[in-house]
Design a protein around this ligand. Sequence first.
Ligand SMILES: [Zn+2]
Length: 147
Amino acid sequence: MKIETKFSIGDKVYRLFKDHVQTVIACTVCNDSKQVEIKGTMFKCPNCERGTNSWKLRWFVHTEPTTVGQVSVQAMLKTLHSSNYFDESEIQGDEGTSIEQYMLSATGIGSGTLWNHNDIFLTLKEAQDEAGRRNDVLIREEQERPT
Ligand SMILES: [Zn+2]
């Protein structure tokens, strides 16, 4: 059995990470003037008082590259994904599936964070493009569900 991994020891890679960002939503009640006029008297905008900030999950890229220090692959039969059963002789071509994880110098090698292969990239541009794609999906999901 021959296992090919997406990255090798020593590769310089860029990693994606998720974080919450505070987004300020413009107040449509007072047009962000923070006050409303009722019968000639100005009051603090009750909609702004309630808070128009919200925390959203977004993908980011660590712009500093880091180095692959450990590669971990679990290979298994697709049909036996959750089972302990493992017979190497049965793993051939498309029948096999694998989980690739990497330890990076920036987050600890030997013990530290395990990074999934789909969260790390060889170039900053690839990483940024993927972060943009994932954020587009998040934004679309937020717009589809009422807040
Ligand atoms: Zn307001």
